[in-house]
Write a protein that binds this ligand. Structure first.
Ligand code: XLS
Ligand code: NI
Ligand code: NI
Length: 434
């Protein structure tokens, strides 16, 4: 045991009436929702970077969070950090976690030395996982923090940085594969630009497409069965990020022949930054069969920053799971809390409470979504609205051409009659469940 979580007991489900601040009121892993255990629907993961590596810094201030594994430049302390992390996974009973290479091992003077540190920690994780249920949802490479990545990784103007990125991703894919990871994620941290004055955008996009093809080839070479996922985000840290949103990523994947190979990891806060709702992004990916996994968090609607707060809005989360359930639910994906404490939330208890609250909000959202699906009212309304297209009349219009449609409209045979979209009725309907 580390001392960090020493007096915190495993969190249990106590039901909606419990006043215990560290109990689940809605997340009941074994409860059956639409024929499946809640735990298997939601597939929660803890994000190592926010919960264990981030030290409370913001653009105006430095470290606020004091942890026993700091400073994070030493292998012995990296293991203390891992001990604490696995204690938290046990306390929460989460089935998964996610990491970047940089979160889990100290960076050393050379690539080879950093790799030795990394592999030692992966072995340390694997030993812990032998006696536990916690598994890896996904691994990823941090190719945005170190100064070598300041002008991008695969989109860097310097080919040597592209090569360094390739070597880095290979090591992270190997480790993800060894750990039985369910997915491998690429978030284009600085794959974008600050100014077009120094950026050859077409060339950078071609390089990013080539890089992703190398990643997919390597996946098949090593026999990794998980999904390769890219994570859209419109800006931050770059002024403009190439993986702007789900629709942009889908166009990119098609252009570089990757549509059957790569899916999307969608994040609530990134959707908001792109001017979308989270359910919009999920529905876009689902419509293309490219829904992979989600990073669940919440962005402040006023600040315009990626504030990565823990989710706290049931109606929002319910609509997100509604679209996930409609798309058939997660396969390799899950719900990763890409969310961090507020920098004044100093205590171990705050970290546990943040996850307990997030898990409960998601459980409420999932139950509401399942109830909406089982009720069927939304689906019926949708079917009714498009019923015209199910008729021979509607199908005939699709198979027609401009000339013949012109002739039928001119003759008065076709004369559209507007119908209500019933938005308020539908919103009221949703409010019965959330
Ligand atoms: C940053 C991203 C990042 C990815 C993993 O905004 O959300 O945390 O999920 O690299
Ligand atoms: Ni993010
Ligand atoms: Ni993310």
């Amino acid at each position: 045991m580390t001392e960090f979580f020493a007096d915190i007991a495993p969190v249990r489900y106590e039901g909606p009436d419990s006043a215990n601040p560290l109990a689940f009121r809605h997340y009941n892993p074994d409860e059956i929702v639409m024929g499946k255990r809640m735990e298997d629907h939601l597939r929660f993961a803890v994000a190592y970077w926010h919960s264990f590596a981030w030290e409370g810094n913001d653009p105006f201030g430095g470290q606020t969070l004091i942890r026993p594994w700091q400073p994070q430049d030493d292998m012995a302390r990296a293991k203390v950090k891992a001990d604490a992390a696995f204690e938290m996974f046990d306390i929460l009973g989460v089935p998964y976690f996610c990491w970047h290479d940089a979160d889990i091992r100290p960076e050393a003077a050379t690539f080879a030395e950093s790799l030795r540190n990394f592999e030692e920690i992966i072995d340390y994780f694997l030993a812990k996982m032998e006696s536990r249920k916690t598994r890896l949802l996904w691994g990823t490479a941090n190719m945005f923090s170190h100064r070598r990545w300041m002008a991008g990784a695969s989109t860097n103007p310097d080919p040597d940085v592209f090569a360094y990125a390739a070597a880095t991703v290979k090591t992270c894919m190997d480790a993800t594969h060894r750990m039985g990871g369910q997915n491998y994620v690429l978030w284009g941290g600085r794959e974008g630009y600050e100014t077009l004055l120094n950026t050859d955008m077409g060339r950078e996009l071609d390089h990013m497409g080539r890089f992703l093809n190398m990643v997919v080839d390597y996946k098949h070479k090593i026999g990794f069965k998980g999904a390769i996922l890219v994570e859209p985000k419109p800006q931050e840290p770059s002024k403009h990020q190439y993986d702007f949103d789900a629709a942009t990523c889908i166009g990119f994947l098609r252009k570089y022949g990757l549509e059957g190979e790569v899916k999307l990891n969608l994040e609530q806060g990134h959707a908001i930054l792109a001017g979308h709702s989270f359910e919009h992004e999920i529905a876009v990916a689902a419509a293309e069969g490219m829904l992979g996994s989600i990073d669940m968090n919440r962005n402040d609607y006023q600040s315009g920053w990626d504030t990565d707060q823990f989710p706290n809005n049931v109606p929002e989360v319910a609509l997100c799971y509604y679209h996930i359930l409609r798309a058939g639910g997660f396969t390799t994906g899950g719900t990763n809390f890409d969310a961090k404490l507020r920098r004044q939330s100093l205590d171990a208890t705050d970290l546990i409470a943040a996850h307990v609250g997030g898990m409960d909000i998601c459980a409420r959202g999932l139950k509401a979504a399942a109830a909406m699906i089982e009720d069927g009212g939304l689906e019926t309304a949708l079917r009714d609205r498009y019923a015209g297209w199910d008729s021979d009349h509607g199908q005939g219009i699709l198979e027609s051409d401009l000339d013949s449609l012109f002739a039928r409209v001119l003759a008065g045979e076709i004369d559209p009659q507007p119908r209500s979209g019933r938005q308020e009725m539908l919103e009221n309907h949703v409010n019965r469940f959330v």
